[in-house]
Design a protein around this ligand. Structure first.
Ligand SMILES: [Zn+2]
Length: 223
């Protein structure tokens, strides 16, 4: 079966199952518009779909996906700022309460910064300049990781999340809302090997595994 036909099989399941089950929700979202409380910056990587990892319903999360889940610094130059425009809409118009940057293991964008071997994105026309956002932070993390014999790629992927959080705080309307307690910023990391989410601890500056709450349906089973 060709790839589009496979997708359309999925669309058939959505039409027959998901959509009618969620009809009321879709009706309400059509009528009232969206009002997500969380904006998520995630990577384009096909393995790390935030809505699947977090089992979200439509309307729950405003998702911005780009190469290596990066946030550029605040810039006023009149060029094409896709990620900044989406963040502006999420923060100023939707007035989300949280912005989450979600990095992940085996990120090809980050790998292009730290390997001399052929990697997706190396020597590409647009990816290289885009990845400059995380280049310095990755270099520092890579050198430190090599000295400590830790896993360099993971250190660099997590450094990219920290750099994006720093850049988020260069946007005046993010900085102001965070200071007023109206907006919280989070750094997360999805570990593909374990299927685990980690969160950046602001005090230790380390990523720690998030304890997954037991789903209510399973809790009832256990009782
Ligand atoms: Zn990635």
């Amino acid at each position: 079966m060709n790839a589009i036909d496979e997708l359309l099989q999925g669309y058939g399941r959505f039409r027959a199952g998901y959509y009618p089950q969620k009809q009321e929700l879709f009706d309400r979202l059509s009528r009232e518009g969206q009002s997500p409380r969380v904006a998520m910056v995630a990577c384009c990587d096909s393995r790390v779909d935030p809505a699947i990892i977090l089992d979200c319903s439509p309307g729950e999360m405003f998702v911005i996906r780009n190469v290596a889940n990066l946030v550029p610094p605040y810039e006023q130059a009149g060029t094409y700022h896709g990620t900044s425009a989406a963040l502006e809409f999420a923060v100023l118009d939707l007035q989300v309460e949280h912005v989450v940057i979600m990095g992940h293991a085996y990120c090809g964008g980050i790998r292009s910064l730290i390997t001399t071997e052929p990697a997706p994105g190396r020597q590409r026309e647009f990816i290289g300049p885009w990845m400059d956002i995380a280049r310095d932070a990755c270099k520092v993390a890579f050198d430190r990781a090599r000295a400590d014999a830790a896993h360099p790629a993971r250190e660099c992927e997590q450094a990219g999340v920290r750099a994006s959080l720093d850049n988020l705080r260069t946007f005046p309307w993010v900085r102001d809302r965070e200071a007023e307690g109206r907006l919280q910023l989070h750094g997360w990391y999805f570990d593909l090997d374990q299927g685990e989410l980690l969160a950046l601890d602001a005090e230790t500056d380390r990523f720690e595994v998030i304890e997954a709450p037991i789903p209510e349906s399973l809790e009832r089973h256990a009782l």
